[in-house]
Design a protein around this ligand. Structure first.
Ligand SMILES: [Zn+2]
Length: 68
């Protein structure tokens, strides 16, 4: 296992070692990160919508082996 030599931009993955705006590689990515953060702040992660995947309806099911 080797340690990461240079820091990589969390947005685009490019090396942001020689950048002034670490950990980002550029102001653009920094803005992108801020934007994502804002979007994430608005959209609160919750449980998946729905969950009614029970469309089988096996109530009227023929019983096997009743004929003898
Ligand atoms: Zn970047």
């Amino acid at each position: 296992m080797r340690k990461p030599r240079a820091r990589t931009c969390p947005i685009c993955g490019q090396p942001a070692d020689a950048a002034d705006i670490r950990p980002f590689c550029s102001a653009r990515c920094r803005d992108e990160d801020l934007r994502r953060w804002l979007v994430g702040a608005y959209r609160i992660p919750g449980p998946a919508i729905g969950g009614d995947d029970d469309e089988d309806g096996d109530q009227e099911r023929a019983r096997p082996g009743e004929d003898g």
